[in-house]
Design a protein around this ligand. Structure first.
Ligand code: ADP
Ligand code: ZN
Length: 563
């Protein structure tokens, strides 16, 4: 088998050597196993099903979320003389009828093996909704001409994944209807919870097994380390106001990446436009910005891609809509304002595709937490994700690579003996992220128990008054800016509406000089560790987030009091 795949990959695709876990996945495919394969973007996932597709009788059905990506693949396969087709809304009725007739001919045995369609790409919408297509699949199944289902970007199945597509849920039917057809799920971002969700939906075994453990049946798991050593991760402190934040961004780009290609991911369409405009004018046109978000008309998007490729635009300001299908190889930096670790990882996947060095910088100001809360308060599971990204940005010591390895690795579910050498190596510090390269002694350890205690006491007192404080208000109170008086909104008692006075004696005694940012970071730290918790109050236009004492607050404040 190995010889055959090796020979073919060279002959058909001009590839000399398998990469990462390609060979294992190809062989497991040929053995008709269910497979989960997690490989970094650009790792070579396509080959893992294209090669087996050519080697097996019948048609491999590939579900993929993006039409432009499928078009590329079909053209590419065509160049190599492999018969591949695509069914989607982008295909004309006539063309679609022709393709389906060809597949029907395969099902009824009227098609010579050498004329078989080897790969059929479909969108999840097509698969989920088109009854004709289902009956065609049924015919192929009965004729044993359904070779396998490939679910590309499988994390789209899970609402916990960062790129959820409702139609991917329909894919659950594949296993129940076509019991014997193997499924291959592919993804580049698949933390354990998402994997569990995908497995449940697609009817795969969880936890998946690998190596000898996976014999003789069940779902086989393959993963390649997600770590890309040419990406340098760092968190950069973002000033409080917009104008200063633009200056920091401008300096970073002009000092380190003048005239190079980059992407700035923003949290909203409004931000995209604002940042693009200000950055261009603040740099006197030295930074040539373009914009991309869901509401930019298709024609303009195509134009942007073109101008970016030609270098007329060097920095694209975008929402996450600027994602799948970007294949510019020389993206030298990505600046993020991410809402989740998956988002951050996926966005940074677009940097350094050519293997050369690239910077992935997360701009962080603790007050962003407030905004992200407001943006995600209605989305299930968003809390845990926000806490994870806050843990990432507020970590000044841990290697970023190790953080990602722990976050995404499914190996946590497997015993240590089963870890591959790459996985064990994934827990070695990278040596080139911001935390690895920080000068020794540049991270000061300060005892913040007193301000922490003060913060929690203040939060408790405020709560007792029936009021609530935002992150900013709590921070100001603790820094003593309100001289014991704070303006409080959302007060339940009329008498205390407007402003209230709380006991600040303890605060006055041991005043700690923390900046606004430091105080807010302390609050976030308390939030991450359940000493504080957030409370959402819908407002006319938005949702306000307040910080109230959390589960562990009482333990700490009462303990400190009796000390
Ligand atoms: P992914 O889907 O994992 O992002 P692709 O399948 O698109 O990645 O592959 C990325 C690039 O790497 C493609 O240009 C592909 O031809 C190339 N490639 C894949 N496998 C190999 C290999 N074993 N040797 C050399 N090039 C490869
Ligand atoms: Zn590191």
């Amino acid at each position: 088998m190995e010889d055959e795949t090796g020979y073919l990959s060279n002959e058909v695709f001009g590839i000399e050597k398998f990469r990462l876990c390609q060979e294992g996945v190809c062989n497991a495919n040929l053995a008709r196993r269910d497979i989960v394969c997690v490989m970094p973007t650009g790792g070579g996932k396509s080959l893992t099903y294209q090669l087996p597709a050519i080697l097996t009788s019948g048609c491999t059905i590939v579900v993929s979320p993006l039409i432009s990506l499928m078009t590329d693949q079909v053209l590419h396969l065509d160049e190599f003389g492999v018969s591949a087709v695509m069914l989607s809304s982008a295909v004309s009725h006539a063309e679609s009828r022709k393709i389906q007739a060809h597949l029907y001919a395969m099902a009824s045995g009227e098609c010579a093996p050498k004329n078989e369609v080897k790969l059929c790409y479909v969108t999840p919408e097509k698969l989920g909704q088109d009854k004709n297509f289902w009956s065609l699949l049924n015919k192929l199944y009965e004729a044993r001409k359904l070779a396998r289902f490939v679910i590309d970007e499988a994390h789209c199945v899970s609402e916990m994944g960062h790129d959820y597509r409702p139609h991917y849920k329909d894919l659950g039917k594949l296993r129940t209807v076509f019991r014997k057809v193997p499924i291959l799920a592919l993804s580049a971002t698949c933390p354990p919870k998402v994997l569990q969700d995908i497995s449940r939906t697609l009817g795969l075994q969880y936890p998946p097994k690998r190596g000898a453990e996976a014999e003789p049946e069940g779902t086989v798991y393959f993963s390649a380390p997600l770590y890309r050593k040419n990406l340098h991760y760092s968190v950069l402190s973002k000033p409080n106001n917009f104008a200063d934040a633009i200056k920091v961004t401008r300096e970073f780009i002009l000092n380190k990446h003048r005239n190079q290609s980059g992407i700035i991911y923003c949290l909203s369409k409004k931000d995209v436009e604002h940042v693009a405009k200000e950055l261009a004018s603040e740099s006197n046109g030295q930074i040539r910005t373009g914009i991309y978000h869901a509401e930019v008309p298709d024609g303009r998007k195509a134009q942007l891609h073109r101008e970016w490729r030609e270098g007329k635009v060097n920095v694209v300001c975008a929402t996450i809509a600027f994602g799948l299908g970007i294949d510019k190889a020389d993206v030298r930096f990505v600046i993020h304002h991410s809402k989740s670790v998956e988002g951050l990882y996926q966005e940074s996947g677009r940097a350094g595709r050519d293997g050369k060095d690239a910077d992935c910088v997360l701009l962080y100001n603790p007050k962003d937490a407030d905004r992200v809360f407001a943006l995600t308060s209605s989305i299930p599971q968003s809390r845990g994700k926000l806490m994870d990204i806050l843990r990432f940005v507020q970590d000044f010591e841990g290697c970023r690579k190790i953080f990602f390895a722990n976050y995404f690795s499914v190996s946590a579910q497997l015993s240590v003996e089963e870890w591959t050498t790459e996985e064990t190596a994934a827990l070695d510090p990278c040596g080139h992220c911001d935390n690895c390269t920080r000068a020794p002694g540049s991270v000061k350890r300060v005892d913040l128990r007193l301000p922490a205690w003060q913060t929690l006491r203040a939060a408790e007192d405020i709560k007792r008054c029936g009021a609530r404080l935002t992150l900013r208000q709590l921070g100001e109170l603790v820094r003593g800016l309100g001289r014991g008086k704070v303006n409080v909104s959302g007060t339940r008692h009329k008498r205390t509406k407007g402003s209230i006075t709380i006991a600040m004696d303890e605060l006055a005694g041991g005043k700690v000089q923390l900046s606004r940012e430091e105080t807010e970071m302390l609050c976030i730290h308390l939030l991450i560790h359940d000493y504080l918790q957030e409370e959402f109050v819908p407002n006319k236009h938005t949702t306000n987030t307040y910080l109230v004492p959390g589960d562990k607050a009482r333990r700490f404040t009462s303990l400190a009091r009796s000390d």
